[in-house]
Design a protein around this ligand. Structure first.
Ligand code: DC
Length: 229
């Protein structure tokens, strides 16, 4: 069974998807991490974000995700880029790289392969932007998470600073601006833009706790006939 969780950055989809997968003993697939690794490859090689650069780069790229105890480990051409993919620069590069057709074709193929490699009875909780619309249009469960821009910027800031100690107004405005720019790019691109699938359940997480979000998704999995931990 595929559980698709799409939405903009900071909508709570990563934490929700990871916890749902943990509860079910299923695979958690973070497709954003794949695009972040590809974005870093463009940066490392000094390539422009163009289709022709993507066409030459993508066939040789080796992007590998492996589940870790606390987070997904990401390898790019054999190098561990787990920390680097979480930087604002990697987010920006991912958003640019992910608008390119050759990059999307390769990543969508990789995502489908990872899912089909799962043993019988083990589902996959996949998070991204186009999972319910393009990658797995037949997913049994589809959620589209949204939240106010201010709430998403607060969450992102807490992610970066850990204890929330540098939540000053300037940092907040910077993060808020970066999120808004990334939203616009992800929504307005020609190929596989960020949008809810017609049959997705839209969940506004602005005032929800992670536990509430996880329970709502687990309920839907149970109703769709999957196990629920
Ligand atoms: O979810 P994230 O913030 O790690 O994603 C980083 C970027 O990757 C995001 O700005 C858009 C892109 N992305 C995408 O286009 N399609 C996906 N399925 C996942 C991410």
């Amino acid at each position: 069974m595929i559980v698709a969780i799409d939405g903009p950055a900071g909508s709570g989809k990563s934490t929700t998807a990871r916890r749902v997968a943990e509860r079910l003993g299923w695979l958690y697939l973070d497709t954003g991490a794949m695009y972040r690794a590809v974005g870093l490859a463009f940066r490392d090689r000094g390539l422009p974000f163009t289709d022709s650069a993507a066409k030459s780069l993508v066939p040789d790229l080796d992007v590998h995700l492996s589940p870790g105890p606390d987070r997904v480990h990401v390898a790019l051409d054999g190098d561990d880029v787990t920390d680097r993919v979480r930087t604002p620069d990697a987010a920006e590069a991912a958003s640019r790289a992910s608008a390119l057709g050759p990059v999307r074709d390769a990543m969508v193929a990789l995502q489908r392969r990872v899912a089909s490699d799962q043993p019988e009875g083990v589902g996959v909780v996949v998070e991204g932007r186009d999972i319910g619309t393009v990658v797995f249009p037949d997913a049994a469960v589809k959620f589209f998470l949204v939240a106010d821009l201010d709430a998403r910027a607060q969450r992102r800031l807490a992610d970066f600073s850990g204890d929330g100690s540098d939540r000053d107004a300037e940092a907040f405005q910077t993060v808020r601006g970066e999120l808004a720019a990334r939203d616009a790019r992800d929504q307005d691109r020609a190929i596989s833009p960020l949008r809810a699938a017609d049959d997705a359940v839209t969940l506004d997480t602005t005032a929800l706790t992670i536990d509430q979000q996880v329970d709502l998704v687990l309920d839907a999995v149970r109703r769709a006939g999957g196990r629920s931990g």
